[in-house]
Write a new protein. Structure first.
Length: 144
């Protein structure tokens, strides 16, 4: 019995030492993610065929958890403009946003954008989705 009591403090100290790193590893760490968007035209659109054609951009950022639940955290629509009014890539329309409280272990961000082209009443919708995994994918280029 005395041998057991002699080992008891050592076991308690060892248990405490092991518990701390496990607790820190399982704690939820919320971070802020930075995203940037660049909207530009990919062609000059100087031909007369594009005179009556406009484009509108709708961007949505969603936070998706491991169960697949989606929450919209940012939503913006850029007004429709004539194709020739959009800037070139060198002068792209820039927007930077920060999404707060993202749990890196259980959530990720997805950027969706829809381009709506309107030419004399006829509409064409083009959609794209991008999963933001790291700093390399945090810049989204939207080419009109």
């Amino acid at each position: 019995m005395n041998k057991f009591l002699a080992w008891l403090p050592a076991v308690m100290v060892l248990g405490t030492v092991i518990y701390r790193p496990v607790k820190e590893a399982t704690e939820t760490k919320l971070v802020s993610k930075n995203l940037s968007f660049a909207v530009y035209k990919s062609s000059s659109y100087t031909s007369g065929a594009y005179d009556n054609t406009s484009a509108q951009v709708h961007i949505i950022v969603e936070k998706v958890n491991i169960r697949g639940t989606r929450t919209i955290v940012w939503d913006k629509t850029l007004d429709a403009k004539s194709l020739s009014q959009y800037p070139s890539i060198e002068n792209a329309l820039q927007q930077k946003i920060t999404i707060a409280n993202v749990n890196e272990k259980k959530e990720h961000l997805v950027v969706y954008y829809t381009l709506t082209y309107n030419s004399k009443g006829s509409e064409l919708l083009m959609q794209e989705g991008i999963v933001v995994k790291d700093e390399k994918t945090s810049r989204v280029d939207i080419s009109i």
